[in-house]
Design a protein around this ligand. Structure first.
Ligand SMILES: [Zn+2]
Length: 267
């Protein structure tokens, strides 16, 4: 019999799914077990990385979050993801190079690259809301919500249609406003992630000890802070949490593009 080391035995893995079994089939990829697609609710047979590796650089992190998805849904986003990744790269090059230029290499001459090249030229002339990018942000938000706060779309009364999707590029904002977007999120006590969900492991409780400068008055308050899940430093991080009656997911790509998606309960 293999001996389990003390370390292996005692470590509590907060990134493992510890929630209820009824939700597990919707939000936890377990090879060989019955699972349901996070997007459409049909039987799932593939593993969906969230985020997709398209948004990361090699070597990829070994413990990327995964959720169950059906083959059809899993494949349906790949063209939009490629396009979005190219858009982000081109915009990054445009805004960060001093001569505001961007170039594409010959080997990257596929359809999505050409489409992104055209789209980015339009965007530079006049920023617009790109539906393909928004589709990718919605998709990523569904995965992150399922993975972090155990919300299984189509298995409960949340809907995959967002109330809003927004995104902004860092150079379009004053640095202070960008820093505010990057702050950890303060979570209401009654909106804490479910015990056993992965998001629960990212919540920190801090105690504020306040004292008036000119008096004896003193007050203490507890505050719950949700940290970012940093998938790859400088490339991708996200937060998924409940705010009142809504799911909010925030994502930052390349320290350069901020996207936010909000879902509401179906009434
Ligand atoms: Zn599906």
């Amino acid at each position: 019999m293999r001996k389990t080391s003390f370390k292996e035995e005692k470590i509590f893995n907060m990134r493992k799914f510890w929630g209820s079994e009824s939700l597990a089939s919707h939000v936890d990829f377990r090879r060989g077990s019955e699972m349901y697609c996070v997007y459409c609710g049909k039987k799932a047979d593939t593993r969906e990385h969230c985020p997709s590796k398209a948004f990361l650089k090699r070597p990829f992190p070994t413990d990327l979050p995964t959720v169950p998805a059906c083959k059809k849904c899993n494949n349906s986003f790949s063209s939009d993801e490629k396009f979005t990744k190219k858009m982000i790269n081109f915009l990054y090059m445009y805004y960060l190079k001093s001569d505001n230029s961007f170039s594409i290499s010959c080997k990257d001459d596929d359809r999505e690259t050409q489409e992104a090249k055209k789209a980015v030229k339009e965007f530079i002339k006049k920023p617009y809301f790109d539906e393909r990018m928004a589709n990718v942000f919605r998709k990523l938000a569904i995965c992150h919500a399922a993975y972090e706060i155990s919300i299984g779309f189509y298995s409960d009364d949340w809907q995959g249609r967002p109330k809003y999707i927004l995104y902004v590029l860092r150079p379009m904002l004053e640095e202070e406003k960008w820093k505010n977007l990057e702050c950890a999120e303060v979570i209401d006590n009654d909106c804490l992630p479910e015990i056993g969900s992965r998001g629960f492991g990212n919540v920190y409780v801090i105690q504020l000890d306040m004292q008036a400068i000119d008096g004896e008055q003193r007050a203490k308050a507890n505050m719950c802070i949700l940290d970012w899940v940093d998938i790859q430093e400088g490339y991708y991080k996200y937060q998924a949490f409940l705010r009142e009656e809504a799911i909010c997911v925030k994502m930052i790509f390349n320290d350069f593009l901020y996207a936010e998606v909000m879902f509401e309960r179906e009434i």
